[in-house]
Design a protein around this ligand. Structure first.
Ligand SMILES: NC(=O)c1ccc[n+]([C@@H]2O[C@H](COP(=O)([O-])OP(=O)(O)OC[C@H]3O[C@@H](n4cnc5c(N)ncnc54)[C@H](O)[C@@H]3O)[C@@H](O)[C@H]2O)c1
Length: 405
């Protein structure tokens, strides 16, 4: 099905046709990025929002109109085949990432794929191999670890690379949510291993692992982990009696088994010699999207809290002890990362801007023919860490090496 709905706004840079699969949470966030990016940043390419794909014809047509896509498709294969699509943006659950990404790369399209890259190491390996082969033909692939593109975290990375906190000793990341505290929350796709790969681990832990490796500029070499599923049965969505249900207390409430973790705790070693610790949970009551990062080095520390995402805390250990302590850097200056084109200092950015920055970086890489980051190889490395965490947790936290590329 193809159905024209809107006409993209004219732009001076040459267009790059984008086709997006999935139009719910991430689809909306990515749409905002594609709609906004060339209206803020001066770019060598301008995204043309050619078509969006979903499975329900009426719903995808409505989404196309609302989100600003020129056409709607109901089969991702048709989307990939379109002549006006040069970049395929994958915003579906993990079970379809590998199939769509490999097909798009083999069809000569660039690919942006949401995280985690895949549901298994084997799938991620196939995707990384497809990306490597596509690179030789000029097509590029990137994973959507958008938190890298929060200006304060990009500044943290810059300061670490500049040696401002010396040799990194500790990376400490917690990423906590609470939407699964309620045991009656239904068995959505994120709670089913065959669709999501893992639970809080792949959902939140993937971001945490990517950030740790990115900020430290070093891979994790091994982990020791514990995972837990606190609520092991949940109502099937809509109270239906679909197969897989195992009985329930209400008249027409059937339940199914939760097959992923609610929370994961793990420690690890980075190749640089630093120690890392991680806590991720979707049952941390009161915590909505609490991503916190702290880095401690020989010369100082940096701390970030997503709930105050325009700020970075910095402690300079070399300062006079009488006046030293953490100080707040308001990351809204034009020479801070990503802020050259936004508002005057002090006016602040939000969550959605990370997706604008993601689109900016990918368009620039495609125009320049340079490798965008994080690459599919980076996504594969994260997948290997997630697998090592699950292996370790299954073996009573035994220290489990992460295979290096
Ligand atoms: N970067 C982030 O911060 C972030 C946040 C949330 C989710 N994600 C990731 O984004 C991906 C999607 O998550 P979401 O929260 O948007 O999920 P969602 O459930 O809100 O949306 C998924 C969309 O995919 C569509 N879909 C599923 N299978 C499809 C198919 N075969 N063909 C076409 N459409 C299909 C659904 O209809 C829906 O529109 C996941 O990989 C998730 O881990 C990333």
């Amino acid at each position: 099905m193809s159905n024209d709905t809107t006409t993209p706004a004219p732009a001076t840079a040459p267009p790059l046709g984008v086709g997006m699969v999935g139009y719910a949470f991430m689809g909306q966030a990515h749409s905002q990025g594609w709609r906004t990016v060339s209206r803020v940043f001066d770019l060598p390419l301008s995204p043309a929002m050619a078509a969006v794909c979903g499975r329900d014809p009426d719903a995808v047509r409505a989404a196309a109109g609302k989100l600003g896509w020129a056409a709607a498709e109901t089969d991702w294969r048709e989307l990939i085949a379109r002549d006006d699509v040069q970049l395929v943006d994958i915003c579906t659950p993990g079970d379809s990432h590998a199939e769509i990404a490999v097909a798009a790369l083999e069809a000569g399209k660039h690919v942006l794929c949401e995280k985690p890259l895949a549901n298994s190491v084997a799938e991620a390996e196939a995707m990384a191999e497809a990306a490597r082969a596509a690179r030789e033909r000029g097509q590029l692939a990137m994973v959507g670890f958008n938190y890298r593109r929060t200006p304060a975290l990009a500044l943290a990375r810059r300061m670490v690379a500049q040696g401002r906190i010396g040799t990194l000793r500790h990376v400490r990341i917690s990423y906590l949510q609470d939407w699964l505290v309620d045991p009656d929350f239904p068995l959505a796709w994120r709670l089913r291993r065959e669709l999501a790969g893992s639970g809080a681990l792949g959902d939140l832990g993937a971001h945490a692992v990517d950030l740790a490796q990115h900020l430290a500029d070093a891979p994790l070499t091994g982990v020791s982990a514990q995972t837990e599923t606190f609520v092991r049965e949940r109502p099937l969505p809509g109270g239906s009696g679909a197969s897989g249900g195992s009985g329930g207390s209400g008249a027409d409430i059937r339940t199914g088994a939760v097959t992923v973790d609610d929370a994961a705790l793990f420690t690890g070693r980075l190749a640089s010699g630093a120690l890392a610790s991680f806590e991720v949970s979707r049952v941390a009551a009161g915590r909505k999207n609490a991503l916190r990062v702290e880095l401690n080095g020989t010369l100082g520390s940096l701390a970030f809290d997503l709930e105050r995402l325009n700020e970075l805390e910095y402690h300079d250990q070399t300062a006079d002890a009488a006046e030293s302590g953490f100080r707040r850097i308001l990351v809204t200056e034009h020479d801070h990362p990503y802020l050259e084109a936004w508002w005057p200092p002090g006016h602040g950015l939000g969550y959605e801007h990370t997706f604008v920055h993601q689109a900016r970086d990918l368009l620039r890489a495609i125009a320049a023919g340079t490798d965008p980051e994080p690459s599919f190889a980076d996504g594969l490395q994260v997948q290997r860490v997630l697998a090592a965490v699950e292996d370790s947790a299954a073996k009573n936290s035994v220290y489990t090496p992460v295979p290096l590329p």
